[in-house]
Design a protein around this ligand. Structure first.
Ligand code: SAM
Length: 274
């Protein structure tokens, strides 16, 4: 299935590469995607997984989107259909996100803010006159993402959805080689020589200590684990050949940049099996 959310750091362009890095028998394994956001890797695997997946997202509003799609899809879809793709609506939904609203209204607001913002960063309104499907591209993308909601709902009725921190799950769950855990955490700020100290586009970021807890738990785990991101000293300190890990690289164009000459960055996948 096509991704329906627009997420900063989303792995849509890397999803085939990431799945190629999984063990060859991944359809037979118990799949766990524990930094879910838009779940682009999970959506690509859906239909081939033989066991129900376990999806987890720590950010409450993002989790609520998946929860609404699973449990109240009609109401969620109807509420979104009533929104007009416009800057005014975008600003209104941004305000709703910071006020006390019902869970479904928070889910609608989060969906709208992500989908209507540049690069899914939730900050400024996305608009371009470039046509797609005979209408402005952003409007077209908004409409097609709404079309995906009801079909997705049918397919995740039995999927386990949780709202926890991935490092806590990894520490607490008894996992085995029958499990496949995929983690795509927010990028560690060490990237760019430590220059990225400001807000980096995620509603919910992870501290270096959280990254370290996750890495320690990953090294101790018996599950097949795949972690994607950028190569950093901290990750290399834990996930190295001595601890039984290996790396796969892929160069990708950074689509979150607005400039014409987009930078190419090297993404890495760390895994504890070959
Ligand atoms: C890079 S995004 C994942 C993108 C996803 N792979 C996709 O293709 O859409 C990272 C996600 O991790 C979530 N997150 C932040 N801290 C977390 C934590 N401690 N445990 C689990 N998820 C966390 C963020 O809210 C964000 O949605």
């Amino acid at each position: 299935m096509k991704p329906f959310l627009k997420i900063y750091g989303g792995k849509f362009y890397l999803r085939n590469f990431i799945i190629e890095c999984f063990p060859a028998n991944w359809p037979d394994l118990h799949y766990k995607e524990w930094c879910l956001a838009g779940g682009s890797v999970f959506l690509k695997m859906l239909g081939r997984l033989k066991n129900e997946a376990w999806l987890n997202e720590a950010d409450w509003p993002t989790f609520l989107i998946w929860f609404a799609i699973q449990n109240d899809p009609e109401a969620f879809h109807q509420k979104l259909l009533k929104l007009k793709y416009s800057e005014e609506e975008f600003l209104k939904q941004k305000n709703i996100l910071t006020s006390k609203k019902s869970n479904i209204d928070v889910a609608v607001a989060k969906f709208a803010v992500l989908r209507m913002s540049r690069a899914g960063m939730g900050e400024s309104f996305a608009w371009s006159e470039r046509l797609r499907g005979g209408q402005p591209g952003d409007l077209n993308a908004w409409q097609s993402s709404l079309q995906g909601i009801l079909p997705l709902s049918k397919r995740i009725q039995k999927t386990r959805l949780t709202n926890c921190k991935c490092e806590v799950l990894l520490n607490n769950e008894q996992l085995t080689r029958a499990d496949l855990v995929y983690l795509d955490p927010p990028y560690l700020k060490e990237v760019d020589g430590g220059k990225r100290t400001s807000k980096n586009g995620y509603a919910l970021d992870m501290t270096p200590e959280q990254h370290e807890d996750m890495l320690k738990a990953a090294v101790d785990s018996d599950a097949n684990i795949v972690i994607s991101g950028y190569e950093t000293e901290l990750y290399n300190k834990y996930l190295n050949t001595d601890s039984g890990w290996n790396m796969k690289y892929k160069d990708v164009v950074n689509h979150s940049q607005q400039q014409k000459n987009k930078k190419v960055r090297r993404e890495v996948v760390y895994r504890n099996f070959t």
